[in-house]
Design a protein around this ligand. Structure first.
Ligand SMILES: [Zn+2]
Ligand SMILES: [Zn+2]
Length: 336
């Protein structure tokens, strides 16, 4: 089968062996119809976390073509899925930190979404695989996992009624985060350096979006809508300067949700956190429950996921990568 193999920060399309169900016993083989290119795929490439020879891609949609399972799934089912599974029975899982569970980190699809076929285990089928409603396109269904990540962040933020949230960074994840906040019934504001992204935010239902000008000017324009600062700030931008900006945008006693990695691992200032009683909280990767909530919201049309992705063929995956990195597009979907 064809797959995009990682080689020195680029993808090379190669013929590799198709996963064989008999070698695993139970589970299913899925013929991948498409897979979203995630920011985390790019980070894994750039930081060397993903090794040469590996296959990336986890925002998978496809058709079950072989199965040996006790679940309700059948050959011909169109499914979307999450790639990691918590054990539900460890210190991390008991505390609700499902994405910290060691089993979660060890489990994955084989070999990865940017290939013609993947193997998913029986455990995946039980926990993280979902039928795709016929009225959804495969591109829409591919948002199952990224939206679930945002839903987890919004749940962790524990937003109260009438709270005001700010999303810093209006890339595809920022847009989904804003939509998730709205789906939970709260007000959301957004800001970005790029005017086209700011108008995207408006199109996707943000209450108000702002172009980041000088820090002073931007904070001034915030003050009209959130005079004492935002209750919650979702940090989806990867620039280290956004940490300081998040601290200035959040109200005293408010919460900053960290939702992206930054290159130079700078920290938040201790005395801001102490004297202003700021909560800084990370949110990383979704639980099976978040995936389920994500699918329900997409199916119900409560979160709009069409019009975000640009579609590329597997052969053009490097172009998709370059266009994503250069911010030419919001998000790439690789049709397989
Ligand atoms: Zn992802
Ligand atoms: Zn666990």
């Amino acid at each position: 089968m064809r797959a995009a193999i990682l080689e020195n920060n680029k993808f090379v399309i190669k013929d590799v062996p198709k996963p064989i169900l008999d070698e695993y016993g139970d589970g299913a083989i899925i013929k991948v119809t498409g897979c979203g290119l995630c920011g985390s795929d790019i980070v894994k490439m750039r930081t060397g976390k993903a090794k040469n020879g590996s296959v990336l891609g986890h925002e998978v949609v496809g058709e079950i073509v072989e199965i040996n399972s006790k679940t309700h799934f059948e050959i011909g089912d169109i499914v979307a899925l999450g790639h990691h599974i918590p054990c539900f029975n460890c210190q991390y899982c008991w505390g609700g930190s499902y994405s910290m569970c060691r089993h979660f980190k060890m489990t994955n699809i084989i070999p990865g979404g940017f290939s013609e076929y993947i193997y998913v285990s029986e455990e995946h089928l039980h926990n993280t695989v979902f039928n795709v409603n016929l009225n959804l396109s495969h591109v829409e269904a591919s948002f199952l996992e990224p939206l679930a990540c945002c839903i987890r962040a919004v749940k962790r933020a524990n937003l109260r009624d009438n709270s005001k949230s700010l999303v810093i960074g209006l890339g595809s994840i920022g847009i989904l985060m804003g939509e998730a906040v709205k789906a939970f019934g709260n007000k959301v504001y957004g800001c970005d350096l790029k005017p086209d992204r700011v108008s995207y935010g408006e199109k996707f239902g943000f209450d108000k979006t702002f172009i980041l000008q000088t820090e002073e000017e931007t904070l001034q324009s915030f003050s009209e809508f959130a005079p004492v600062g935002f209750d919650t700030v979702f940090l989806t931008a990867g620039a280290s300067s956004s940490l300081d900006f998040a601290v200035k945008s959040v109200r005293d006693g408010g919460t900053i949700i960290v939702f992206s990695s930054i290159k130079d691992d700078n920290g938040f200032k201790n005395n801001d956190i102490y004297y202003r009683e700021i909560t800084v909280m990370g949110s990383y990767s979704p639980s099976p429950m978040d995936l389920e909530d994500s699918m329900r919201l997409i199916e119900a049309g409560k979160v709009k996921v069409s019009g975000i992705s640009t579609v590329y063929s597997l052969e053009n995956i490097n172009e998709a990568l370059n266009d994503t990195v250069s911010n030419k597009i919001m998000k790439a979907y690789i049709q397989i």
